[in-house]
Write a protein that binds this ligand. Sequence first.
Ligand code: HEM
Length: 124
Amino acid sequence: MQSLQDKASEWSGVAAADAFAIDDVNIFESLGGTPQPFVDLSTNFYTRVYEDEEEWFREIFGGSKKEDAIQNQYEFLIQRMGGPPLFSQRRGHPALIGRHRPFLGYPPSCRAVATPHATSFGRN
Ligand code: HEM
């Protein structure tokens, strides 16, 4: 049977070795070793999400407060990019496939991005 990792590579078009190149460099330290760039990125990202012109898209995030979504994302990114494990200390294992399961009924754009990337992003 095809492994989840093989499927992730097939769907995303990103070879596993390329996906895990993220582990070869400490991006958190490269960006100055502070949370600020990630806080800014996530704030900018979710500000756009919550103001998106498409209602169906905004509704996907309707179950979360914007401030919580921002914090969940920047803590995860800091951890995955080589910084302190803030996300796991507060939320436990990332378990991205499980955490995104409620949203997999949404349009293909959501499924196609969330599932394959979650397999490489969700490792630690
Ligand atoms: C590279 C792809 C993605 C990554 C790495 C990622 C990562 C994450 C993380 C870390 C969380 C916080 C989980 C928690 O603390 O419970 C989250 C939440 C969420 N994600 Fe994603 N995600 C991705 C793609 C997507 C896509 C494509 C969608 C749908 C369009 C989506 C929808 C959501 C929603 C609705 C939440 C809940 C917001 C919250 O309360 O934090 N994600 N995602």
